[in-house]
Design a protein around this ligand. Structure first.
Ligand code: HMG
Ligand code: MG
Length: 305
């Protein structure tokens, strides 16, 4: 299994902290703190930042100011600032706010689809289709997520073939990349390998990203498996921020600092300055009054004066 393909020489990190991370915070975070976090991530060399989401403010209050976040951004050259959009209403708002790219988010589990976006999987595909068409007319790229790829909070195990079929449908709809989300972080390296064995015959590794939450501390191990399958796009969240409001108990995404530390040690480039990244994570965690979830950040920050 592990010698299937060569490891990638470089990895694209998709930083999801400002969206997937902050969406789960109960206390409202100021616009200024969000803008500062996003800018510090860009200054640390992060080139792809999921900056907000255009969803119902009743469902996710923390993201209610996403339009303001986009309008107030200090845009840095070469950085893609993206947002989640569940439907045409969200897409129109995202377009108006000046997003660079949007992402649609489906689920491999029917129950999670209902809890998260209030519709069945089939209905979600019908909603996404015109959104993707609109985006393409605007010359905008669309990313897709599949949630619950390694387990659902309501249904338990999910068949890898179900994930593979949905991922292919989203790609065929016109999305350029499909991010496989272990929403509740129950995956293990063996489950990750079984998933990729089902998905990669339908979609090549350059069309796939991995998105691991770290509830059981398995995310780094799972990422290592994905790298060995030739995947070179990794979603992560600075300081390990986050969770999912519709997946109770799920921890944040794997910490970007831990991923970058591992990749640096494997001579796989990301273009990210690890010290600056750790400082960005430290600042937002101080604002939230918590300690980082990143072991690499803890070690690095304690060693600098
Ligand atoms: P709904 O209630 O079925 O929507 O929600 P509706 O079309 O019936 O409209 C009802 C109301 O919502 C109306 O307002 C609409 O205007 C409003 P009212 O007339 O009652 O005042 N509305 C909107 N408002 C703002 N933006 C919109 C929008 N659409 C409708 N785009 C909906 C359906 C999808 C909107 C809702 O379920 C929702 O917002 N869900 C989002 C949930 C969410 O953001 N979850 C977290 C992100 S997913 C995730 O974290 C997983 C991921 O990280 C990958 C992984 O880890 O696996 C991506
Ligand atoms: Mg997520």
């Amino acid at each position: 299994m592990f010698d299937r393909v060569k490891l990638p020489e470089s990895v694209k990190i998709v930083e999801v902290g400002p969206r997937d991370g902050l969406q789960n915070e109960k206390q409202l975070i100021s616009l200024q703190a969000k803008i500062q976090l996003i800018d510090e991530l860009a200054l640390a060399g992060v080139k792809f930042i999921e900056t907000g989401s255009f969803v119902s403010p009743k469902w996710v209050p923390q993201m209610a100011d996403s339009a303001m976040v986009f309008k107030s951004l200090n845009r840095r050259a070469g950085v893609c600032y993206s947002a989640l959009t569940p439907n045409l209403q969200g897409f129109a708002a995202a377009l108006d706010a000046g997003v660079d790219e949007v992402a649609i988010f489906g689920s491999a589990s029917e129950s999670f689809s209902q809890k998260n976006i209030n519709c069945s999987v089939a209905e979600s595909l019908a909603r996404f289709q015109p959104l993707v068409e609109q985006a393409r007319l605007q010359g905008m790229q669309v990313r897709a997520y599949v949630s619950c790829v390694l387990g659902c909070p309501y249904e338990g195990d999910i068949a890898p073939t179900t994930v593979a079929t949905l991922a292919k449908a989203l790609f065929d709809m016109g999305c350029y990349e499909v991010s496989l989300g272990d929403t509740i972080g129950t995956g293990t390296p063996s489950k990750t390998a079984a998933l990729l064995d089902a998905v990669l015959p339908l979609l090549s590794p350059d069309k796939i990203a991995v998105h691991f939450h770290d509830t059981f501390g398995q995310a780094i191990a799972n990422i290592l498996v994905a790298l060995q399958y030739g995947i070179s796009v990794i979603d992560s969240s600075v300081a390990g921020l986050g969770g999912c409001p519709y997946a109770k108990g799920a921890a944040g995404n794997v910490a970007t600092e831990d991923v970058v530390y591992m990749l640096n040690g494997m001579n796989i480039s990301t273009g990210i300055d690890l010290i600056k990244l750790c400082k960005a994570g430290d600042k937002i965690m101080q604002q939230l009054g918590r300690t980082t979830q990143s072991k690499a950040a803890l070690a690095i920050l304690s060693s600098i004066p």
